[in-house]
Design a protein around this ligand. Structure first.
Ligand SMILES: [Zn+2]
Ligand SMILES: [Zn+2]
Length: 347
């Protein structure tokens, strides 16, 4: 076993603290890479607080992981030591179901292995995430990372990036479309960048006037303050797509009224309470309410390559791992522009 160290929550809602644990030895198909940076995702906080299904503790969070390969297994063909590498929200899947066979590993019918707070495909060995010094992953679930971009700013692409790239691609959002991005946080700011790059007219919908300047700086064409009845009147029935990145409770019916006929409301945030949607919300104008979760292996690599070609990265604030709890508190208040990334040399 490989002696490893990181930060973990010993039990639900615990303050994250230094923690020693073990990674498996590098198998024939495995890549071991030392973690240089790890993004801080809102779902890290949800899971440490045990707000979803009962979690596995101790929990070492982190699924926006980038670093440098230090060891490869005898059968590994994709990497050499010294290469940059990254891993996102998944470290394995069954590889045999219809979804896995078509590159939709995130929807693995037999249950994929999530990077932390999950189990390996033996269904019993717990997985530990990227708030740590090193990780061992099957090469299929390790992505190639371009040397061209700032490595720290690439880390959030592995969750926030693919979570917004995948639905925009699936629904072919681009030239001639009016796209609204609901919520300007970690996911939202990436949605703006991709929407603009794909040629759509991008509008940021927000409840905070303070985000207007940032929205424009990120490339958004328009900004609508949803608490202002006048600007809302102008955008009723206006959008082809709404990409809803909000993970707090909100009234989806209100936002769907901003869609034109055949408009699509795409959920990627996960609010704690179930939404109540009267049939008229979707029946009235043949509108659709849909969802999307991260992305599969081929699409994640495609997204990383697209970002390298188009010079797209996340806007980040680098933190010392000792300040992780402070960054959680700030994330809860929406006080982050737009993703915290842990500098793992501070571990
Ligand atoms: Zn995430
Ligand atoms: Zn599968």
């Amino acid at each position: 076993m490989i002696a490893s160290k990181g930060y973990a929550a010993k039990q639900p809602k615990a303050i994250l603290a230094p923690w020693n644990f073990e990674r498996r030895e590098v198998g024939p198909h495995d890549v071991q890479f030392d973690i240089l940076f790890c993004g801080v995702c809102h779902s890290d906080l949800h899971q440490v607080n045990d707000e979803w299904a009962p979690g596995i503790f101790p929990m070492g969070p982190g699924h926006e992981i980038v670093g440098k390969v230090v060891k490869i297994g005898s059968a590994v063909s994709k990497f050499q030591t010294g290469d940059l590498a990254g891993t996102g929200c998944m470290v394995d899947s069954c590889r045999t179901c219809d979804n896995c066979k078509t590159g939709l590993e995130q929807y693995c019918i037999n249950g994929g292995s999530f990077t932390y707070n999950g189990v390996e495909q033996d269904k019993k060995t717990p997985t530990y995430g990227g708030y740590s010094n090193t990780i061992v992953v099957h090469e299929d679930f390790v992505f190639r990372i371009s040397e061209k971009l700032s490595l720290a700013a690439v880390a959030p692409l592995l969750c926030a990036g693919i979570t917004t790239y995948s639905p925009l691609k699936y629904w072919k959002v681009g030239k001639g479309h009016r796209l609204a991005v609901l919520g300007l946080g970690g996911l939202g700011h990436m949605a703006v960048k991709f929407g603009v790059a794909f040629g759509a007219e991008v509008t940021v919908l927000s409840t905070s006037p303070g985000k207007e300047a940032d929205a424009k700086k990120l490339g958004a064409h328009k900004f609508v303050l949803t608490s202002n009845p006048e600007s809302i009147k102008e955008t009723t029935g206006y959008f082809d797509f709404i990409l809803d990145t909000v993970s707090a409770d909100h009234d989806i019916n209100f936002y769907m009224s901003l869609l034109r006929t055949n408009g699509v409301h795409i959920c990627v945030g996960i609010p704690p309470k179930p939404a109540e949607i009267p049939a008229f919300t979707v029946v009235g104008n043949r509108r659709s309410l849909v969802g999307s979760m991260i992305g599969g292996l081929p699409e994640t690599q495609e997204m990383l390559d697209y970002c390298a070609t188009h010079n797209i990265v996340s806007d980040i604030e680098m933190i010392n791992i000792k300040d992780i709890q402070k960054s959680y508190d700030r994330m809860l208040k929406g006080d982050v522009r737009y993703r915290f990334v842990i500098d793992m040399s501070t571990l």
